[in-house]
Write a protein that binds this ligand. Structure first.
Ligand SMILES: Cc1cc2nc3c(=O)[nH]c(=O)nc-3n(C[C@H](O)[C@H](O)[C@H](O)COP(=O)(O)O)c2cc1C
Length: 407
């Protein structure tokens, strides 16, 4: 039996998130003090040695990102916590911030020290007003106790655009501009917020850092899948018995997540498909359920781990209908900056609706496939590049659902 392992959620339910003294009593901010006693280079090397990779979707090596920002010369540098969490079905960052805000602040302050930044921002999803209050209260308490030293943190609220979770659009949004992605390179660790070196990391990524410093990089690197070590907080939704969250080692399989932790398919029905990583994730059939929920194992089957959202569908679900609804989400959320995404997401939605309404022909399915492939390499940012994933994966694995609706 696979077992839950709580690293980022280690204090969940054990401390009062509104009281910094509770966090201090369980060793909170000791890791920050430990970090400050190290040189920047030693600290970055320790985080690098842990092989911690981003938990927000792109899976980039956290220590390498820190090193880029450390090497960059500038009079100011910034640390941004990406708490936009706009991915439908994902609520892991909310759970972390609501229940243990100081872990996130401590992780940010450690990274601030590592790169030489004195200012941090938490870009919090606008639909999370109570989380923003919890964070502000935690920041005020940390300031009053003096635990953050010269590192300041501000909370900024998003205004509901999905694209603002993309790190360069997020930076534009903090600067007060329209949320649209920037051309990269240069990447944010070199040219970021207000043109200064900036690291952007996900809430869950930051929450791992104090524990890595406390227990050591070797301890962390030995947990779960070797190329993406540690744990993943997964949020289960859809036709599954336990619609809740779990933190599991990254070598846990999708099957274990759904059938063991999730308690299996609701109402005694059969499994049909699972979408992992949020709305932009591929739909995975039963034959691939033995895949581990690690970044590389998911890529190997043409899927993504993404945010770790697990959306389960039972055998009664019509995947054409589900995918048509998802395509509307992308048509609505495209920021419109580049033509392949602006036009492509709308055309994709039109074609999906046509097929879903029983008015499509096999040529429309072929056109969808071609459109999806072109979008995946021609769109300016990740939004448009991954928008076709649900369409392409359902055409590949669930063609019977399409065939049943064709004229
Ligand atoms: C359309 C889009 C939305 C995104 N939304 C989020 C988000 O809500 N939270 C997040 O952490 N990363 C999100 N990302 C990924 C970020 O661009 C970036 O890779 C991440 O914040 C880096 O942090 P990490 O290395 O800790 O994962 C999104 C990317 C795209 C393309």
């Amino acid at each position: 039996m696979a077992e839950e392992m709580r690293i980022v959620l280690r204090n969940y339910g054990k401390i009062d998130p509104q009281k910094i003294d509770d966090y201090l009593a369980v060793g909170g901010y000791n890791s920050l003090n430990k970090a400050r006693a190290m040189s920047n280079v030693d600290l970055i090397n320790e985080i690098k040695a842990s092989k911690l990779r981003g938990r927000g979707g792109a899976g980039f090596n956290c220590g390498m990102k820190l090193n880029f920002a450390y090497q960059a010369q500038a009079d100011q540098k910034y640390v941004i916590c990406n708490a936009d969490e706009g991915e439908p079905g994902t609520y892991k960052d909310r759970i972390i911030m609501e229940n243990d805000p100081h872990t996130v602040l401590e992780g940010m302050a450690i990274c601030g020290y590592a790169i030489g930044a004195t200012q941090g921002f938490i870009y919090c999803r606008g639909e999370y007003p109570s989380v923003a209050e919890t964070l502000k209260q935690a920041i005020a308490q940390a300031k009053a106790k003096g635990v953050l030293g010269d590192f300041s943190i501000e909370v900024r609220l998003g205004a509901g655009a999905y694209v603002c979770g993309e790190e360069s659009a997020l930076i534009e949004s903090i600067e007060g501009n329209r949320g649209e992605p920037r051309i990269r390179p240069p990447f944010p660790p070199v040219v970021g917020l207000w043109g200064k070196p900036t690291i952007v990391n996900n809430v869950e990524t930051f929450a791992n850092i104090p524990v890595i410093l406390e227990k050591g990089s070797a301890w962390f690197a030995a947990i779960g899948a070797p190329s993406y070590p540690g744990t993943k907080v997964v949020t289960l939704t859809g036709d599954v018995n336990n619609k809740t969250f779990f933190e599991v080692p990254t070598d846990t399989t999708i099957k274990e997540v759904i059938f063991q932790f999730g308690g299996g398919i609701a109402a005694g029905k059969e499994f049909k498909a699972v979408q992992i990583g949020g709305t932009s994730g591929a739909f995975i059939p039963a034959s691939q359920l033995d895949t581990q929920i690690s970044f590389d194992a998911m890529v190997a089957i043409g899927a993504v781990l993404g945010s770790g959202a697990v959306f389960v569908l039972d055998a009664s679900r019509d995947l054409v209908d589900v995918t048509a609804r998802i395509s509307k989400f992308f048509a609505d959320e495209s920021c419109g900056k580049c033509a392949p995404c602006r036009e492509g997401t709308m055309r994709m939605h039109d074609l999906m609706n046509k097929i879903n309404d029983g008015k499509g022909a096999s040529a429309d399915v072929a056109l969808l496939g071609k459109l999806g492939r072109v979008m995946s390499y021609s769109c300016f940012c990740g939004l448009g590049q991954v928008a076709p994933a649900p369409v392409l994966s359902t055409i590949k694995h669930f063609s019977a659902d399409y065939n049943a609706k064709l004229m």
